[in-house]
Design a protein. Structure first.
Length: 116
């Protein structure tokens, strides 16, 4: 099982990034997917969630209207489009696959830094 995030980097406030998470080794289309983030000195928080069919999405209040989670089951990939980024969005972003307590997989994370 593998989840590999990509797309992070350094961006100025107001800028955009699109994160990708490529999955392998499990039936991706059966798993709801999440994006989490962890800023220095803070706990990991759930940022966005999407159902297995892509028909149900949820966001933490701080990113609503700015971030969009989506998935392409044919490509075993989940995305996080991040617009109008601000310094508070600086964190390591992780994708997670979870079908039940026994089936939870994490990626290694990708750094997003928002700075002028």
């Amino acid at each position: 099982v593998q989840l590999v995030e990509s797309g992070g980097g350094l961006v100025q406030p107001g800028g955009s990034l699109r994160l990708s998470c490529a999955a392998s080794g499990f039936t991706f289309s059966s798993y709801p997917m999440n994006w989490y983030r962890q800023a220095p000195g803070k706990e990991r928080e759930l940022v966005a969630a999407i159902g297995s069919a892509g028909d149900n999405t949820n966001y933490v209040d701080s990113v609503k209207g700015r971030f969009t989670i989506s998935r392409e089951n044919a490509k075993n990939t989940v995305y996080l489009q991040m617009n109008n980024l601000n310094t508070e969005d600086t964190a390591v972003y992780y994708c997670r696959a979870r079908r039940s307590r026994a089936y939870v997989y994490w990626g290694q994370g990708t750094q997003v830094t928002v700075s002028s």
